[in-house]
Write a protein that binds this ligand. Structure first.
Ligand code: GLC
Ligand code: CA
Length: 594
């Protein structure tokens, strides 16, 4: 294998741009490592793996929510923003984790979930207690718009509008006690906060400042482009085969979103010594909007998670209607984001997270070519311009899970969809299970596979969700000391970002946009060029580079990274199944055609 070993060298970059050469690792605490045998991952489990993360070379850990929560949506329903849920540990343990990361030169980014709270948060408990409670207006309360068709309070047809929830069913829940409905874009236990109310915003900023004062290094902001809503709350269009209207045009990137994020920046981030990292999770965001969100001069967020490339393998952006991905679509989409944010703003780069299928199963080949394709995907993604995110287990080449019956699933999104599709839409159990298999979120939520022992070394008890049976051969213990493993390859790719300014700062040019098998691009700085070639197929591909596009003699360039053993007999632009080749041409190799 041709990999450069990680070096201690680091590149001098201006402080504001530190995240351009950083790699973020996402931990989904429930599934990472369980220290006390209750079957649920926890903070002490994470603390026990700090050296594993350090060795991988990542710069930042993003921790999915560990706050006090009824766990309706695995912690994305928070009932106390300033405490740790007892299933995960204590504030003292979080301090220990933060210190342990800092001691190893890593930063901690917390999940910020402020589009909604739990219905058990004291703010909502107060808000629902009466129509004249001072916190009534902290959430979206509306009276029935008309009498329900069956005459009952809150019955059919009476909801304030026709919006559906992202987790099936209506987006409105009727509250018997006060005779009004509240809005919940996600589950009924996740009521939406009313950001129109300045007290809500002040309370959120105060909480964020409290965390930064405690030493956290930034936030990943959950569905942050949903916080400004069209206050008229109009009905949305009802698509074919759907039961409810689509409210997204009225709350994605709503009228005051930039105002709110700029205010947040002023109230929370301005004047802090840093360096800090902010990334906004933004379903439905366009490149044009992302430029505005991430232009440093506008002071909103450092980068956003866009969703276009993870919608290409489904009909109409519906994850329950999967279709085959076309590589040309993937290149077009990611290339568009590279170009769009080239001058102003910054990209985040990801194949997966806790809401997406496993990268190698989705974009690679999780059978015969699992290791090769996992490595190729790592190289292709991380060598784009932007900040790469590694989702736990991705660095081991963990795969999707084969679940059996619906009772094997844990995710509220899956369970609600299955219920709605089988009871209200007339689909069979078998059809629903088959359709949800490729893209459901539980694929990524099975426990991290630490070793080949019972339950993969994740827990000594019984895990909250089944361990993937392939843990017997896909696990960390088998990989950390193996120089040919997927883990070692991730180390090398991460190290390359740290040592090569062209990776963090170079321009990006997509090549071969019409090729259905080869992903090819060039990164360039005046002195250095990288050519990245990834074979997205199990067949041999001969890469035909057009000289006009590539002002470099790649024949004499150095192969700096590859996922096959070096073999002088193999032509340089010949790619074996799922092969990745990365060539580096220094100034001496560069021919300028002009
Ligand atoms: C985000 C989270 C997801 C959660 C949802 C509601 O998309 O990543 O896990 O279910 O927001 O908070
Ligand atoms: Ca535990």
């Amino acid at each position: 294998m041709t990999v450069e070993q990680p070096t201690e060298e680091s590149v001098e970059v201006p402080a504001r741009d530190w995240f351009q050469s950083a790699v973020v690792y996402q931990i989904y605490p429930r599934s990472f490592a369980d220290s006390n045998g209750d079957g649920i991952g926890d903070l002490r489990g994470i603390i026990s793996k700090l050296d594993y993360l350090h060795r991988l070379g990542v710069d930042v850990v993003w921790l999915s929510p560990i706050y006090t929560s009824p766990q309706d949506d695995n912690g994305y329903d928070i009932s106390d923003y300033r405490n740790v849920d007892p299933i995960f540990g204590t504030l003292e343990e979080l301090r220990e984790l933060t210190d342990g990361l800092h001691a190893r030169g890593m930063k901690l980014v917390m999940d910020l979930v402020v589009n909604h709270t739990s219905d058990e948060h004291p703010w909502f408990v107060e808000s629902r207690s009466s129509k004249d409670n001072p916190k009534r207006d902290w959430y979206w309360w509306r009276p029935p718009r008309e009498a329900s068709t069956d005459g009952s309070a809150g019955g059919p047809g009476a909801a304030p509008n026709n919006w559906g929830s992202a987790f099936s069913g209506p987006a409105w829940e009727f509250d018997q006690a006060t005779g009004e409905y509240y809005l919940h874009i996600f589950s009924r236990k996740q009521p939406d906060l009313n950001w129109e109310n300045p007290e809500v915003r002040a309370a959120v900023y105060e909480m964020m400042n409290w965390w930064l004062d405690r030493g956290v290094d930034g936030f990943r902001m959950d569905v942050i482009n949903f916080i400004s809503k069209d206050t008229a709350l109009p009905d949305g269009p009802i698509a074919a085969g759907m039961l409810y209207g689509d409210g997204t045009p009225f709350y994605i990137g709503g009228p005051r979103i930039h105002e709110f994020l700029q205010e947040m920046h002023r109230e929370v981030f301005d004047g802090r010594p840093g360096p800090l990292l902010t990334v906004g999770e933004m379903p439905g965001v366009t490149v044009e909007e992302a430029i505005l969100f991430t232009d440093p001069e506008r002071a909103e967020v450092d980068m956003v998670f866009q969703f276009e490339h993870v919608a290409l393998d489904q009909e109409d952006g519906n994850k329950w209607r999967p279709k085959k991905l076309k590589l040309t679509d993937l290149k077009k989409t990611l290339g568009h984001w590279q170009t769009g944010l080239a001058e102003r703003g910054w990209n985040s780069l990801y194949w997966g997270n806790h809401d997406q299928a496993r990268a190698v199963s989705r974009f690679g080949d999780d059978g015969k070519y699992r290791e090769l394709s996992a490595k190729m995907l790592a190289g292709v993604l991380h060598l784009h311009r932007g900040t790469p995110y590694v989702y736990q287990g991705e660095e081991l080449g963990m795969t999707n899970m084969t679940f059996g019956a619906i009772s094997d699933y844990r995710d509220i999104e899956v369970l609600n969809h299955h219920r709605e599709a089988t009871t209200h839409l007339g689909h069979t159990d078998a059809d629903v299970l088959a359709a949800l298999a490729p893209l459901n979120r539980d694929n990524a939520r099975t426990p991290v596979q630490w070793d080949a022992s019972r339950h993969a070394g994740f827990t000594t008890g019984s895990p909250w969700i089944a361990v993937n049976p392939n843990a017997n051969h896909i696990n960390a213990a088998a990989q950390v000391d193996d120089p040919d493993s997927v883990y070692s390859f991730y180390r090398a790719v991460i190290a390359l970002r740290h040592s090569e300014p062209v990776v963090s700062h170079g321009d990006f040019t997509m090549l071969l946009p019409r090729d259905e098998h080869v992903y090819a691009f060039v990164r360039s700085l005046p002195e250095t060029k990288l050519l990245v070639l990834g074979n997205f197929s199990g067949q041999i591909q001969e890469v035909a580079l057009d000289d006009a596009d590539v002002p470099v003699v790649w024949d004499s360039a150095e192969l700096v990274l590859g996922n096959y053993p070096a073999d002088a007999a193999v032509p340089r632009l010949h790619l074996r199944p799922w092969e990745l080749k990365v060539f580096r041409a220094g100034a001496a190799h560069t021919i300028h055609h002009e």
